[in-house]
Design a protein around this ligand. Structure first.
Ligand code: PLP
Length: 395
């Protein structure tokens, strides 16, 4: 039985979806009212944003912002596991009158985080078992993930690496880095190094230059990738100096973690355009999150808005079964229906791969709606995005 084909709705069929998409695609600047007294020069300084990171309920109260009882309890009970924190800039994108604001839900904990659902663990993708030297995850034949630091400008409550970030015992240090470089040097099949974290762009320019220079000096490394949320949580980080530092080490690809179209404010767009102008191919990573972006109109708006910013939607992740994230998870079947309602209805570039990061280091597995009805010796029977059946020669 082909459930997807029978139950899929197209986003175009939802009344009012077009207007919603247009509204979500508008680029708006962050509303700075709470920090109106801060001079522009400080506001635009990423160090100031980090020094003034919101980390307590008291800071929000002082600004006159009200939290719900679930949030207050959430902050009190969960932040020993994963720090509570986001920048003043990001606070200005949040709708504080709406407890279900999709940006708020990503960074303000609820007490539901205390609940461990079946199948949840702190290392669901088995990263620790594929770590040959500290801070290096070697899961695939030709590429590795290098954890360059363990802090972020904002802490996502569904963080896949919450066991390592924010309170971690692992920080960037020269000894581990030497070991990592030695490993990369002696494993000549590695041609792609993905620098992640934490957020590597929270390192200073000098340290980034040192890391990139060391990796670039290894002849068999072809491409370097940087995974970051800085354009979203801290667009001030994308300075001319940073661009100058990074572009010396091309080819560098940048993967930006974005989950909702309103994260793409004017400031984020400017940061992304600067990166695109400097020649960094940009891709996005989105986590499918219940009540945040599990809606075709929201994802269409997000993916189309990313294309406007010259970012190619790369991955849509099924939310990993991290301890305490059950309230964020969307059924895989629904994820497939959403994907089906996007494919064909918009630019092919807008469509990311929907993937599950398999347990035990199994790697990312792409999921696709089923377009095949039947394959015989002579023909394939397939359905198109509008569920029209077509017959095609088998070969
Ligand atoms: C995601 C990931 C990569 C990169 O995978 P791609 O599919 O090439 O983007 C590499 N190593 C690890 C451990 C990863 O989780």
């Amino acid at each position: 039985m082909d459930v997807i084909g029978k139950t899929s709705k197209t986003y175009t069929s939802a009344p009012g979806a077009e207007d919603k998409i247009l509204e979500l695609k508008k680029f708006k600047p962050a509303n700075r009212s709470f920090w109106a007294h801060v001079p522009d020069q400080l506001w635009e300084d990423w160090h100031w944003q980090l020094r003034n990171q919101i980390q307590t309920h008291a800071q929000l109260r002082k600004l006159g912002l009200q939290l719900s009882p679930e949030e207050i309890e959430g902050i009190a009970l969960t932040t020993h596991r994963l720090k509570f924190g986001f920048t003043p800039y990001f606070a200005c994108l949040i709708d504080w009158n709406n407890p279900t604001c999709p940006l708020r839900r990503q960074v303000v904990p609820l007490k539901q985080e205390l609940k461990t659902s079946p199948g949840e663990t702190l290392d669901p993708c088995g990263e620790d078992k594929t770590t040959p030297v500290p801070g290096l995850i070697h899961r695939y034949p030709d590429r590795v993930l290098l954890i360059a630091n363990t802090i972020c400008a904002g802490y996502c409550r569904f963080c896949t690496r919450s066991r390592l970030v924010s309170h971690s015992t692992y920080f960037w240090n020269p000894q581990s880095f030497n070991e990592q470089i030695k490993y990369l040097r002696s494993n000549r099949e590695i041609r792609d190094v993905l620098i992640s974290g934490g957020d590597p762009l929270l390192l200073c320019d000098e340290k980034l230059a040192f890391i990139l220079e060391s990796v670039r000096a290894i002849p068999h490394i072809e491409i370097i990738r940087i995974g970051t949320r800085a354009p979203i949580f801290l667009p001030q980080r994308v300075t001319d100096e940073l661009i100058k530092t990074l572009r010396k080490f091309h080819p560098i690809y940048i993967s930006v973690h974005v989950n909702h179209p309103t994260e793409l404010a004017v400031e984020a767009r400017t940061a992304l355009e600067k990166l695109a102008d400097a020649g960094f191919p940009l891709g996005s990573q989105t986590v499918l999150l219940r009540g945040i972006n599990d809606d075709p109109a929201i994802l269409i708006a997000l993916f189309q808005k990313l294309l406007i910013c010259r970012v190619k939607p790369y991955y849509l992740y099924q939310c990993d079964p991290i301890t305490g994230t059950g309230h964020f998870r969307v059924p895989v079947q629904k994820g497939l229906q959403i994907l089906k309602s996007i494919q064909g209805f918009t630019t092919g570039y807008a469509l990311p791969h929907y993937v599950i990061d398999a347990p035990h280091g199994g790697g990312k597995i792409p999921l696709s709606p089923n377009y095949i009805v039947r394959i015989t010796q002579t023909k394939v029977i397939i359905r198109n995005y509008r569920d029209q059946i077509c017959e095609y020669p088998a070969g």
